[in-house]
Design a protein. Structure first.
Ligand code: V47
Ligand code: SF4
Length: 398
């Protein structure tokens, strides 16, 4: 197990290396002294920071914040529809309304049936996210949320990207604040971080020109925070953007977090290039992915958590990220999302039992701790012994 002392030794060795670039040395000193990095320093890290350097520094920060704890949660997804009015070029999942017979549209009863499947399982969260269907509107989703809450009041509802909400609120002719209040009153408790992509218009106009812009995405999260909800933030990286676009994106999130404190987690999402209009854009390497996580940990100093979404990265890379700043792995999921499998991710049927997820974290030398959506700790699994059956998954206990 890598201890904090080991990490400090590695870091000291790197800092004493006579050939270390002066700018990188200054950045490392700032990180060690808990000083905030500037956007120019963020760009320097991307341009000059080798994996060993950014990784050791990010691991140092991760252990200063969380020690060896690595959070996971027990959740499942509901994807109400993949019919979507928008035309994001990276999306492998959506179908236009005119082609809706190729996609799916779930009724409220069908979605409640999904919730009921988990009645005797210790899941704590349902994550609801999907395409933007022109006929599934705010009242429909308020009814869905109320019915889920009536059926299982203790299940935390995390739902809807800012893209879905922007469309719903405009259709309902409500302000962002009014719409958000309505959803909170119906039982929505937090929001996932999707739809952020890259905020800068130079990139956004190329990859997803017709959905809410960066300012609009941030305004919806601000309104959610003002309603007392926590939200997450993502960044879709590794396609046509340049390093400075990534830093610009992280900077805007960092500024909103200074203002509201409402973000829980930052989730870098690796672009996958199958079955979409960006198949000619090569995917990033694992080295570049790990550098991305590490630099995110260093730059996003006011975000308490950095999450790797294992269905998209694959289990081995997700395990590696735990040494590069990541302290949270999402989640047991139970094969209930298609967003990544349709884009060519390693995990075609994403599902892990609690035992498998806890073991994956332990094998990386960390302490698996189950959390709820807002990071209350539920159980430390470090010393829990699992049966072979639980580990092999022949009897799946979510
Ligand atoms: O916004 C779509 C991404 C996001 C591709 O908040 C793609 O806890 C890569 O945001 N390659 C939706 N990424 C999923 C999401 C999410 C997932 C897990 C947890 C949380 C959370 C949020 O998926 C979209 C988009 O950025 N996406 N297509 C693709 N081809
Ligand atoms: Fe629609 Fe979301 Fe796909 Fe864009 S990424 S086309 S908004 S489902």
């Amino acid at each position: 197990m890598m201890t904090t002392i080991d990490t400090q030794l590695t870091l000291e060795a790197i800092l004493q290396e006579p050939t270390l670039d002066k700018e990188l040395k200054r950045i490392a000193d700032k990180v060690i002294n808990k000083e905030r990095l500037t956007p120019a320093e963020g760009i320097t890290l991307f341009e000059k920071g080798e994996l060993g350097f950014v990784g050791s520094l990010a691991n140092f920060v991760r252990e200063r914040m969380h020690g060896d704890k690595t959070y996971f949660n027990r959740n499942f997804h509901i994807e109400p529809t993949n019919v979507c009015v928008f035309t994001c070029k990276f999306c492998s999942y959506s179908r236009l309304y005119k082609n809706r017979e190729d996609g799916w549209e779930l009724s409220i009863d069908e979605m409640l049936d999904i919730v009921k499947k988990y009645d005797h399982q210790p899941v704590t969260e349902v994550h609801i996210v999907g395409g933007v269907h022109p006929k599934m509107q705010l009242d429909f989703f308020c009814e869905l949320i109320q019915k889920i809450k009536a059926h299982r009041p203790g299940l935390h509802i995390k739902g809807f990207t800012a893209v879905e909400l922007d469309y719903m609120f405009r259709k309902a002719k409500l302000t962002t604040e009014e719409g958000m209040r309505k959803l909170r009153e119906a039982g929505l408790q937090s929001m996932p971080g999707g739809g952020a992509e890259i905020f800068h218009p130079d990139v956004r106009n190329q990859i997803c020109h017709d959905k809410v812009d960066g300012e609009g995405w941030l305004a919806i999260h601000r309104a959610a925070h003002n309603e007392g909800m926590h939200t997450n933030a993502t960044m879709l990286y590794g396609h046509v953007e340049e390093y400075w676009h990534r830093v610009d994106h992280m900077e805007k999130l960092r500024q909103l977090q200074d203002e509201t404190g409402g973000f829980n987690t930052f989730i870098p999402l690796k672009f996958r290039n199958k079955e979409n209009d960006m198949e000619d854009v090569p995917e990033s390497s694992i080295i570049e992915d790990l550098r991305m996580y590490a630099i995110a940990r260093l730059y996003m100093d006011n975000f308490p958590h950095l999450k790797a979404y294992w269905p998209m990265l694959g289990r081995s890379t997700a395990q590696l990220t735990l040494a590069f700043g990541v302290n949270d792995l999402d989640g047991t999921i139970d094969d209930t999302t298609k967003i990544y499998s349709m884009a060519g991710a390693e995990e075609q049927t994403p599902s892990m039992s609690t035992a498998q997820l806890a073991l994956l974290i332990k094998q990386a030398g960390r302490r698996p701790v189950e959390r709820d959506t807002v990071y209350n700790e539920i159980q430390d699994f470090t010393d829990v012994q699992f049966t072979d059956e639980e580990i092999l998954g022949s009897t799946k206990k979510n």
